[in-house]
Ligand binder design. Structure first.
Ligand code: 3HC
Ligand code: NAI
Length: 652
């Protein structure tokens, strides 16, 4: 069946695109639209054209799977020009998302109308490229340069109402898109046609505008190239004639399309789409998630409760006593109040979030919960006691989950009457912000429970990654190797500050030592002490030496660095040099690039061991863990992706 078909409503032709799953602009679709334009131009009985899509969305963009291959005709910019130059005016009728090339096709149309649930945008920079079919040149002609800069350099789509107010679309309908679009197209024939978008003027801002935007864009990009290159295209669009700006955009697009960053970001794009849908769960229905419980209202419990409330799920929050409950409730309220201060929530929304919270010390309140997540102290005895109570208080079909970081979930589940309903759900701090969710089944966990974990991730807008059981699961195990490898470099004589600077240069917001100073060295220390107390041999780390000397990080005025009172700027510490003097045995020299390559190689090696042991199913899952849980720069693709290219550059 053809991906493009033509039907009629009187003198209006309706061009329907049907190229599942998301109507991406494959070569066949580009050709189909090209041919449709020719057919309709040649048909004197057609006075206007409506372009509409079947399925879940309008055209979602260029076909990303074609990016690694030589471009085939008709090229997208030519198609957009062809539609704009058609003899009859085209109206794009948008539902779902008109993204990237999809929105560029819509901008080739004389009019754009949309359902109010639709959104439009130019997400190309999130794929390491710039729009390649006039997005940077036509958008400012519709919405002005300021709005175009925001749209194109952030890659964030906007909803129909906002798009209408910006001038990106011409009308919004609540329903009946096709009928309304046809009526709109017919009505438009009774008035003078507006000029095609390419013929509209664009006001050029002054140099100060570009300076300030380029600083802001560079800061937000955190090392990614595409946003600044997109800004360059927009400047060209404002200052040069249409054709020259188009040529500049096309060249920039082609340059970036083959770049390492674009390859890495495409890898992440597909990894993020693969992770939430494990093949073995395809036919398994999750359990309903209407009401949840959270036990423990500390850092993690409050964050998890906030994430559940953000998804509209009513929450019962349980604490061990009234005082702790008051503290937990205040922490939760504080999260929403903060969101109000930052303009993310209205007062009414924040009130509604809290109205959906039942705070109590009585476990009987969990009787109607479909899911209960435990986030109490990291202590096996405390956790076991909590699950004994949950087993009595909860329905036998409720899913019971632990947020443990390091304990063996099999020991926590031991003795539960329904272990098939038990699962590890490992959130990351702050749990209402961080997108990673490690999902850790025990051997008894049923597929339905596992599928419910994945369904929860979808509801909470998180990236789920299934992990097998090992100490620290995927993420904290790699973190441990990363930190140990960084400490090993210190022992060889590399300066702490150089290591941090190397990892910042690589694209992390912070290096491994600064990050520990911020989070506190004592958490990992206590975990090692716990293991030692349990009789395991855990070698003394450099971090242990610092904690024993009272240096737990910024909160104690010093950790790996010194901090002036009230300041967060790390200063190299003579006291640390003294404390570690016995352990620093080498005088190695390494440039920062080599330091970063070494540490990424170490992470990738641990990732490989995790794969070999079957703890992770795919290398790309490990990349997602690092990107969404540990601040690995997205445009590097994750340690496994980056590690593979490091390895090939060593052998190549
Ligand atoms: N090309 C190829 N495949 C795509 C695709 C694209 N642009 N967008 C999505 N897909 C595939 C996904 O890989 C997935 O495949 P699978 O079912 O085999 O795993 C399937 O379509 C469904 O995708 P989602 O799970 O993401 O579906 P949702 O319904 O949740 O979301 C969407 C729909 C909002 C359209 C989302 O898919 C999306 O954001 N897509 C990417 C849009 C994009 O980045 N477009 C710009 C492309 S670059 C461009 O256009 C350059 C131009 O300027 C020249
Ligand atoms: P926390 O110390 O901030 O909070 C624990 C809370 O549990 C306290 O409020 C305490 O009063 C409550 N509590 C203790 N015993 C209880 C009981 N019997 N019944 C009800 N409530 C009880 O600890 P945090 O950091 O929130 O950690 C909780 C769990 O989450 C731990 O297992 C930890 O390993 C895990 N985790 C922690 C992360 C972090 O970054 N802090 C990240 C991911 C997981």
């Amino acid at each position: 069946m053809s991906v493009v078909s033509i039907s009629r409503d009187g003198d209006i032709a309706i061009v329907t695109v049907d190229n599942p799953p998301v109507n991406a602009l494959s070569q066949a679709l580009r050709q189909g639209l090209w041919d449709a334009a020719a057919t309709l131009d040649a048909d004197p009985s057609v006075r206007a054209v409506v372009l509409i899509c079947a399925g879940r969305t309008f055209i979602a963009g260029a076909d990303v799977t074609e990016f690694g291959k030589p471009p085939l005709e008709p090229h997208l910019p030519d198609l957009v020009d062809r539609i704009e130059g058609a003899e009859k005016p085209w109206t794009a009728a948008i539902h779902g998302s008109a993204l990237g090339g999809g929105f560029e096709v819509a901008m080739g149309c004389r009019f754009r109308v949309a359902l109010d649930s639709a959104s439009v945008g130019l997400p190309e920079v999130t794929l390491g490229i710039v729009p390649g079919a006039s997005g940077t040149v036509r958008t400012p002609r519709l919405a002005g340069i300021e709005a175009a800069v925001d749209l194109v350099t952030s890659g964030k789509p906007v909803r129909a109402a906002k798009a209408l107010s910006l001038g990106l679309i011409d009308a919004v309908f609540a329903s009946d898109l096709q009928a309304n679009a046809v009526a709109f197209a017919r009505d438009a024939l009774t008035c003078d046609l507006p000029p095609p978008v390419s013929a509209r003027p664009v006001a050029a801002p002054d140099a100060a505008f570009w300076d300030s935007r380029s600083q802001a864009v560079a800061k937000a990009a955190k090392g990614a190239d595409a946003p600044l290159r997109a800004l360059g295209c927009l400047r060209k669009a404002a200052e040069a004639p249409f054709a020259e700006a188009m040529a500049f955009e096309r060249q920039t697009f082609l340059d970036l399309r083959g770049s390492d960053q674009a390859a890495a970001l495409r890898h992440v794009f597909f990894a993020e789409r693969a992770a939430p849908r494990p093949a073995h769960l395809r036919d398994v229905d999750p359990l309903p998630l209407r009401r949840a419980g959270v036990v423990g209202g500390g850092t993690m419990g409050a964050g998890i409760a906030a994430a559940l409330r953000d998804a509209g799920i009513p929450v019962t929050l349980i604490e061990r006593d009234g005082q702790a409950l008051a503290r937990g409730t205040a922490t939760l309220r504080g999260i929403f109040e903060n969101a109000v201060k930052r303009g993310k929530l209205s007062d009414a929304q924040a009130r509604d979030r809290m109205a959906g919270v039942t705070a109590t010390t009585d476990h009987a309140a969990l009787a109607d919960a479909d899911l209960v997540i435990e986030a109490v102290f990291e202590d096996i005895a405390v956790k076991r006691a909590v699950f004994d109570r949950l087993a009595r208080a909860c329905r036998p079909d409720a899913v019971l989950a632990t947020n443990t970081s390091y304990l063996d979930p099999r020991l926590i589940a031991n003795g539960l009457p329904h272990p098939d309903r038990f699962i590890g759900l490992h959130f990351f701090s702050p749990a209402n912000v961080m997108r990673l969710l490690e999902i850790v089944p025990v051997p008894e966990t049923s597929d339905r429970t596992l599928a419910t974990g994945f369904a929860l991730a979808r509801l909470l807008n998180k990236i789920p990654v299934q992990s097998g059981i090992c100490e620290g699961f995927i993420g904290n195990r790699i973190l441990k190797r990363y930190r140990a490898s960084a400490e090993a470099l210190v022992c060889q004589g590399i300066a702490i500050a150089d290591i941090d600077a190397a990892m910042r240069g690589y694209g992390f917001a912070m290096g491994p030592f600064e990050a520990q100073d911020l989070g506190g060295l004592d958490i990992a220390f206590l975990q090692r002490e716990g293991a030692r107390a349990a009789g395991r041999t855990v070698p003394e780390t450099l971090g242990d030496i610092l904690v024993r000397a009272g240096r737990k990080g910024q909160k104690t005025g010093g950790g790996w660095y010194d901090y002036a009172p009230g300041e967060r700027r790390p200063q190299p510490s003579a006291a640390v040099a003294d404390l570690l003097a016995d352990r620093i045995t080498g005088s190695a020299r390494m440039d920062r690039d080599s330091i970063a390559r070494h540490l990424i190689g170490e992470m990738a090696a641990e990732g490989q061991a995790i794969l070999d042991e079957g703890i992770a199913a795919r290398a790309s899952d490990i990349d997602l863990v690092e990107i969404h849980g540990y601040g690995f720069p997205r445009w590097r693709g994750g340690p496994m992706f980056a590690g593979a290219s490091l390895a090939s550059s060593r052998t190549g």
